[in-house]
Ligand binder design. Structure first.
Ligand code: ZN
Ligand code: ZN
Length: 66
């Protein structure tokens, strides 16, 4: 049982291609190493409506508040 009902389909995969769920920030695949991203990477991800960075798990939407 999951504590949150995240609609992201990657939760149903045995081997998700991303480390972090972009919608809830939960770690999907522990086998993928954590990445250190550039600010430009986070801007691109947030433009794709990702709430969390799929590489490092940082919450992206908070950056919009400066
Ligand atoms: Zn999720
Ligand atoms: Zn990141």
């Amino acid at each position: 049982m999951r504590k949150c009902k995240c609609p992201n389909k990657n939760h149903n995969l045995a081997f998700p291609p991303i480390r972090i769920c972009p919608q809830c920030g939960e770690i999907l695949n522990f086998m993928i190493p954590e990445n250190s991203c550039s600010a430009a990477t986070h801007v691109r991800k947030s433009a794709q409506n990702d709430a969390y960075c799929t590489d490092c798990g940082e919450y992206l939407l908070s950056q919009m508040h400066g």
